[in-house]
Design a protein. Structure first.
Length: 176
């Protein structure tokens, strides 16, 4: 969990400025395309470990490391985003009774983690000034990014890591 959170924090240091560039080139829609990358580490940890509370611990570690490494969005955004992601991920997997780890469920989780954070981000970063149509399109693009760059990518990365044998002590490698 800590390793994935640390890697994500470092990646976030580099994605933040890319998002600022995307925002200047294509506005809120362009910057919405990368949303899933910010969330993948916690969902990947959950996919590998498959135990209640994994999202809470992983996203908490990630938010803390992101805050310490610096972010173009401010320290508060690290913790609020992490809290939003962890709550939704825990709800989704509790609803699945920690038994369904299909691509569909991971994609559902990736998309579902977006709206709560979007509401907070809209207020923190002034998205509420955007026209309602732009807000709607941005939310849809972010959810699609969550579905594919978080949910589907989690499945692909998790399966690839499991095949290496490095995760044989974790639930992702258990047979059956």
């Amino acid at each position: 969990m800590a390793m994935l959170a640390a890697v994500n924090a470092v990646i976030t240091v580099y994605i933040g400025p890319v998002n600022k560039l995307l925002s200047s080139l294509g506005g809120p829609i362009a910057t919405s395309t990368t949303t899933g990358i910010y969330m993948v580490y916690g969902l990947l940890a959950y996919y590998i470990i498959r135990k209640p509370g994994t999202a809470v611990v992983t996203y908490a570690i990630g938010g803390t490391i992101q805050a310490m490494t610096g972010t173009v969005y401010g320290i508060a955004s690290c913790f609020v985003a992490a809290a939003c992601y962890m709550v939704i991920a825990e709800i989704i997997f509790a609803a699945m009774r920690y038994r369904n780890w299909s691509a569909g469920v991971l994609m559902l989780a990736g998309g579902a983690m977006v709206p709560l954070w979007f509401v907070f981000a809209a207020n923190m970063f002034g998205y509420t000034a955007w026209p309602i149509g732009v807000l709607g399109i941005a939310l849809v693009v972010r959810m699609l990014s969550g579905i594919f760059l978080c949910g589907l990518l989690t499945k692909v990365l998790g399966e690839a890591l499991a095949k290496t044998g490095l995760l044989r002590r974790f639930a992702v490698s258990a047979k059956g």
